[in-house]
Design a protein. Structure first.
Length: 325
């Protein structure tokens, strides 16, 4: 089988939500290549936490007795609950007995984002949080039945993009796809990014160890790289109250160039201009921030909306393919 699903941006492209049939209900889920749990708001979630969300009703599923899950994300958000097996359909691709993690508790960030009805993890199943037995991601559940064991991400700035499962749609990118090998030891789509440049010119240095993470809004890079970037933005400075680099919204940001698999990709300065820090619209928060404390760089949506990405398990070593879109 193969299929295509829309990826609809929230305000400021904070995250992208995709319609997914879970049991007999369609939910809008955040496809997250940085985690491996498929969890949903449910009729088991306290009403005080689930108002405004679409809810999965586990009555259509088969309860996995004694199974629980509990996930915490890098931004401090999290959720936990119990586990059911049920039908999950994404863009016409069907997992007939997918582990569906029903939330019995969610953190305030999820409670407040009423567009988001849960997450569909697309990292490696080795980091799934279900106890006493880790469960397969949706991709792992359907991989064997896909025309090709791969999926692609084509996210866009302020417009609906797509995730495709089982095929590469050559109309969604330009030029050739350049591939890098993935290290799955940490359960992420992790690879080594090469040189970078600020503004224009030839790339140099090295961004290094990085993950492709559709569930993270921004780009988190080494301090040296981030300082080199904001040195080219006159009004920029690190604002500890905001927890990152801010600048005058009126200032034009330089492009950021990064070399992956021997090909240089350009993230436009307009894409790096993330959002105002408050309703006055005077000061803006940058889409490139420091990776301090994370342990690797994260190429999140700010980067991914500039490229077409292939998450490829056609070979014994998984690969990431990047092309300009
Ligand atoms: O937490 C996430 C992504 N997460 C995906 C699931 C929804 C909530 C956001 N990313 C992240 C990962 C590491 C970080 C970070 C953010 O901020 C600083 O370090």
């Amino acid at each position: 089988q193969s299929g295509e699903v829309a990826a609809n941006p929230e305000q400021y492209d904070e995250s992208y939500l995709c319609p997914v049939q879970v049991g007999q209900t369609t939910l809008n889920l955040d496809f997250d290549t940085g985690s491996a749990d498929l969890w949903v708001f449910s009729t088991l979630t306290p009403k005080s936490e689930s108002t405004g969300h679409s809810l999965y009703n586990p009555s259509t599923g088969t309860k996995k007795s004694g199974y629980t899950w509990d996930i915490s994300y890098g931004d401090g958000s999290g959720a936990s609950g119990t586990v059911y097996a049920d039908k999950v359909v994404v863009g016409g691709v069907t997992a007939t007995s997918q582990a569906v993690e029903a939330a019995t508790s969610v953190s305030s960030q999820f409670e407040q984002d009423t567009d988001n009805d849960g997450l569909l993890g697309l990292a490696f199943s080795s980091i799934n949080t279900v106890e006493p037995q880790a469960q397969k991601t949706f991709f792992d559940s359907v991989k064997g039945s896909l025309a090709k064991p791969l999926f692609t991400a084509d996210l866009k700035k302020g417009a609906a993009g797509t995730y495709d499962f089982g095929y590469i749609d050559s109309s969604k990118y330009t030029g050739s796809i350049s591939y890098v090998n993935v290290n799955t030891a940490n359960g992420f789509w992790e690879f080594t990014a090469s040189g970078y440049a600020v503004g224009s010119g030839s790339v140099s240095g090295s961004v290094g160890d990085a993950i492709a993470d559709t569930g993270t809004t921004l780009m988190y890079l080494p301090t040296t790289v981030v300082q080199a970037y904001y040195n080219k933005v006159d009004s920029a400075d690190y604002d500890s109250n905001q927890g990152g680099y801010t600048y005058d919204c009126s200032e034009n940001l330089p492009n950021f160039l990064i070399s992956l698999g021997g090909k240089t990709f350009t993230v436009s300065g307009t894409d790096i201009n993330f959002a105002p820090v408050d309703s006055s619209g005077e000061t803006c928060f940058g889409g490139i921030q420091e990776n301090t404390g994370i342990g690797m760089s994260i190429l999140g949506d700010i980067f991914l909306k500039s490229v077409f990405v292939v998450f490829d398990q056609t070979q014994s070593t998984p690969r990431l393919g990047f092309a300009a879109q």
